[in-house]
Design a protein around this ligand. Structure first.
Ligand code: GUN
Length: 292
C-alpha cells in the first residue's frame, strides 16, 4: 500500500518540539534564538519563502528580523549588511535569500557570511565539513528530506538511491548525505540533464529524489514497484483557479507515479514545509552554539 509522506504534519510536530526547547532555554535564563533574513527585490517565490520563514520563527519562539533591499542594491551595500550581521551579537544565524539579481556575485555574498552563522549551510566550510561528516550546518532541504525518511522509518542502508539534479543547494548535498553512513548509508547515483542512462537508473532505484526543477519529469514508466519517491520540485506555474494565480508543480507526475510507490511526498505539503523546519532546527543549533 502506498503511504503519503506528510511533510506539513511532520514539520508542525518538529516546530512544536523546537518551541518547547526554546521555552526551557528561556526559562533557564538563556537567550531566545534570533534568525535574520535578507531579501533583495520582489520576486514572488522569494517573498513567499521569506514570509513563511518569519512565520515559522514565531511558531518556534524565535526572534526574527527581515532586512529588505531594492533590486538595484549594490554588491558593496549587500556585503556591508552581511558584515553587520556577522558582527551583531544578538543575531545567532542569518540567510540571504537566493537568487540574487544578476549584477551581484552570489558566491561572493555566500562566502562573506560567517560560517558560524550560516544556517543555510551554503558556506564552503559547512559544505566541506558536511561532505566529510563533521558537525556543521546542513543545507535545509536535504536535511529536511533525511529527517522525513528517518521519521517515517524508511530503510535507506544499502538501498539504491537515485538523486535527480546536481544543484549546490539540493542535489549535491542530498547525494552526499544519502551516501554517508550516519545518514543514508545508501548506494547513490546522481543523474542530471546530460545523463544518458537516467531512465534506466531510475527504474532500478529503491529511492528516487527528484530535484531537477522540471514539472512532471518523473513518469510511472521510470519508477519501480514499491519505490520511495521524494519530490523536491517547486516550479511555480500560472493557475487562475489557485490563490495568488499560481500553484506549485512538482518534478513527479504524482497521479500516475503514486500508485506504484511504497512512500511518496506530495507537492505542496511534502518537502517544502520540511525545508523551513530544518532552517529552524539550524537556527536553534546556532543559538545553542552546537557546532561552533
Ligand atoms: N533559495 C531557494 N532555496 C533557498 C534556501 O534554502 N535558502 C536561501 N537563502 N535561498 C534559497
Amino acid at each position: 500500500m502506498m503511504q503519503l509522506i506528510d511533510g506539513k504534519a511532520t514539520a508542525t510536530a518538529i516546530k512544536a518540539e523546537i518551541a518547547e526547547e526554546v521555552r526551557q532555554i528561556v526559562a533557564n535564563g538563556g537567550k531566545q534564538p534570533h534568525l535574520a533574513a535578507v531579501l533583495v527585490g520582489h520576486d514572488g517565490g522569494s517573498e513567499t519563502y521569506v514570509k513563511n520563514k518569519v512565520i515559522a520563527c514565531e511558531q518556534c519562539g524565535f526572534k526574527s528580523t527581515l532586512i529588505r533591499f531594492e533590486e538595484n542594491v549594490t554588491e558593496a551595500e549587500l556585503l556591508a549588511c552581511v558584515d553587520k550581521l556577522n558582527k551583531d551579537e544578538d543575531v545567532d544565524g542569518f540567510i540571504v535569500q537566493l537568487p540574487l539579481p544578476k549584477h551581484i556575485d552570489e558566491q561572493k555574498i555566500v562566502e562573506a557570511v560567517d560560517y558560524r552563522k550560516d544556517v543555510d549551510g551554503f558556506h564552503p566550510i559547512n559544505v566541506g565539513r558536511m561532505a566529510i561528516g563533521l558537525p556543521c550546518f546542513i543545507s535545509a532541504t536535504p536535511l529536511g528530506i533525511i529527517t522525513l525518511l528517518q521519521r517515517y522509518g524508511i530503510p535507506t542502508s544499502g538501498k539504491k538511491c537515485v538523486v535527480l539534479g546536481r544543484s549546490n543547494i539540493v542535489g549535491k548535498p542530498m547525494a552526499q548525505l544519502m551516501l554517508q553512513k550516519q545518514y543514508g548509508d545508501a548506494t547513490v547515483t546522481v543523474c542530471h540533464s546530460h545523463s544518458p542512462s537516467l531512465k534506466d537508473d531510475c527504474r532500478e532505484a529503491d529511492i528516487i529524489i527528484a530535484a531537477i526543477g522540471r514539472p512532471n519529469f518523473v513518469t510511472a514508466d521510470m519508477v519501480k514497484e514499491g519505490a520511495v519517491v521524494i519530490d523536491v520540485g517547486t516550479t511555480r506555474v500560472e493557475d487562475p483557479t489557485h490563490k495568488g494565480g499560481f500553484r506549485l508543480n512538482g518534478d513527479v507526475k504524482f497521479d500516475e507515479v503514486a500508485p506504484k510507490c511504497s512512500f511518496i511526498t506530495p507537492v505542496p505539503g511534502g518537502v517544502g514545509p520540511m525545508t523551513i523546519c530544518s532552517l529552524m532546527k539550524n537556527t536553534l543549533s546556532a543559538g545553542k552554539k552546537e557546532f561552533y
